[in-house]
Design a binder for this molecule. Structure first.
Ligand code: NAD
Ligand code: UDP
Length: 309
């Protein structure tokens, strides 16, 4: 198949390009590099089944030739960016999703939207099943990302219902691995960067908030299975193993041998107290569940950052 990946120079997008090429597909990656980097796809430069288009998907999209699939991953995803580039986030989730859906309709392509656990906001139901409608502050600093993704899901379902576009919605929970930016601001690159520099890890709040971390190879497998399935309703993909951020910091200090300990910093506004996916639907519909234990995934990620520093 010939597949467009928006956000293809990003962390998850570049791993997706690798996987699609390995599966024998032709890949067109589109990215404006606002949070991604050409380094993530530099190794694909000589591949005749790979093409990169530098473009902002909030502007009209032109892709010559046929497309069988459009996978829309373009969007900044770090909470640090919610305050830094909020309007770009709102535009890529709204205008960018509209443009990519229009492209899929015009090409007769299947469409996959990379949505997020953030549609659940600061959840009042735990763990989160897809049937939960969420608890989002529309005017808070996180609202720009959460509401853009909620709009993106709505317009994806509207294109499905009105135009019959064959759509998929993956709700991605915290995912980590090589090719995250060291200065991305998310917890995994922050903690590993600090640990490798011998600095104390910055735990926000008292560290009792929880997250569930999925290694990128597991995420990509779930995404491909969803794409190839006939499922048009949202599916959570994430690792159900839940940890407190304080325990996670201690784990990273232990794995890196960092003795500088932990410092506590203020908790960001609307930081979700808990997050863990209910993956019953992924298990039953896709036969998917994560395979990589967090210690193993972190070893790969630490090795990547060590080489980068
Ligand atoms: P990332 O920042 O590494 O990748 C996003 C890519 O999109 C970047 O390369 C960026 O330059 C590109 N981009 C942003 N706006 C664009 C625009 N207007 N036009 C073209 N390209 C644009 O982040 P990531 O973690 O790889 O996230 C990829 C997708 O997965 C995002 O849609 C994100 O919301 C979603 N997601 C990620 C996670 C996670 O834990 N990593 C969790 C939930 C959802
Ligand atoms: N966090 C932290 N220290 C950091 C970065 C993040 O304690 O240096 C916390 C953050 O407050 C949140 C969790 O780690 O509770 C995960 O944050 P991340 O930025 O990775 O994304 P989120 O899951 O909140 O979208």
């Amino acid at each position: 198949m010939r597949i467009l990946v928006t956000g293809g120079a990003g962390f998850i997008g570049s791993h997706l390009c690798d996987r699609l090429l390995a599966d024998g597909h032709e890949v067109v990656a589109m990215d404006n590099l606002i949070t991604g980097t050409a380094d993530n796809i530099a190794h694909l430069a000589g591949n005749r089944r790979f093409k990169f288009i530098f473009h902002d998907v909030t502007e009209y999209i032109y892709v010559p030739g046929p497309l069988d699939v459009v996978m829309h991953l373009a969007s900044p995803a770090s909470p640090v960016d919610f305050a830094r580039i909020p309007i770009q986030i709102l535009k890529v989730g709204s205008l960018g999703t509209h443009n990519t859906l229009g492209l899929a309709l015009a090409k007769g392509a299947r469409y996959l939207l990379a949505s997020t656990s953030e549609v659940y906001g600061d959840p009042l139901v735990h763990p989160q099943p897809e049937s939960y409608w969420g608890n989002v502050n529309p005017i808070g600093v996180r609202g720009v990302y959460d509401e853009a993704k909620r709009f993106a899901e709505s317009i994806t379902m509207a294109y499905h219902r009105v135009h019959g576009v064959d759509t998929r919605i993956i709700r991605i929970f915290n995912t980590y691995g090589p090719r995250m930016r060291l200065n991305d601001g998310r917890v995994v690159p922050n903690f590993i960067g600090q640990a490798l520099r011998g600095e104390p890890l910055t735990v926000y709040g008292d560290g009792s908030q929880t997250r569930s971390f999925c290694f990128v190879s597991d995420l990509i497998e779930g995404m491909i299975r969803l794409l190839m399935s006939g499922e048009t309703q949202p599916v959570n993909i994430g690792n159900p193993t839940e940890v407190t951020i304080l325990a996670f910091a201690e784990m990273i200090n232990a794995l890196t041998g960092n003795r500088a300990g932990i410092v506590f910093k203020p908790l960001p506004e609307d930081d979700p107290r808990v997050r863990r996916p209910d993956i019953t639907r992924a298990r039953t519909i896709l036969g998917w569940e994560p395979q990589v234990p967090v210690e193993v995934g972190l070893e790969h990620t630490i090795a990547y950052f060590r080489a980068k520093m």
